[in-house]
Design a protein around this ligand. Sequence first.
Ligand code: 13P
Length: 256
Amino acid sequence: MRKLVAAGNWKMNTMLSSAGDLASALAGKVKQDDSIEVILCPPFPYLTTVKEKVSGSSIQVGAQNCYHEAEGAFTGETSVGMLQDVGCDWVILGHSERRHVMGETDGAINKKVVAALAKGLGVILCVGELLEERKADKTNEVLETQMKGGLSGVSADDLKNVIIAYEPVWAIGTGVTASTEEAESAHDFLRKWLTSNYNAESADSMRILYGGSVKPDNAEDLMSQRNVDGALVGGASLKADSFGGIIDAAQKLAKG
Ligand code: 13P
């Protein structure tokens, strides 16, 4: 049985006080519940504060990016070790905004994935197609390229510390959510890819999250799909009420 994940990607939002308030409110809600995993990914400057505010709850903290080198003359970058030093359990890599706004390639993403896993930092690897790629019927091809590129050199053992997030780019921040059928079909493809490129056990235990305009009112439908194991939430993770509604939906499904 795969444990559902509700992960909040705050992107470049919140300020110190609002980040702290949001984390405190969610910690008060989640408490020690471990029927699902809740992960908050605030901007770098607020990681320490968020980590402090969620202490005593079961909430985990993740970063939104890292660099593959351990230290040195890499102005503006943040190492895996630094993230672990401030209490991160996870890092989001390959997000579509990093791919399409910052121009990150599968090769660059792969170096980060390998560096994070080598130090035992969990990776939430995002994959997803552009609207024109979907329209050209290239969704699976794009997903395959991103999975192959992102996970190059990653062993089945290291894969235990990976979560995949399927985030169709056309659904991110647009209010247009993939239908449950579209999400399930992509997730099914990803799980089959994992079976053929790793093994059935790795594929069966991998959490594959859906991301793209997840809201409290569509979360339960999406997460109840056979191959959808939770949500990576952007906009709706910025308010305790709406992210709380998504957490409620996941807990309800987890507890049957
Ligand atoms: P939205 O939930 O705002 O569409 O963002 C999704 C996302 O990019 C999460 O990583």
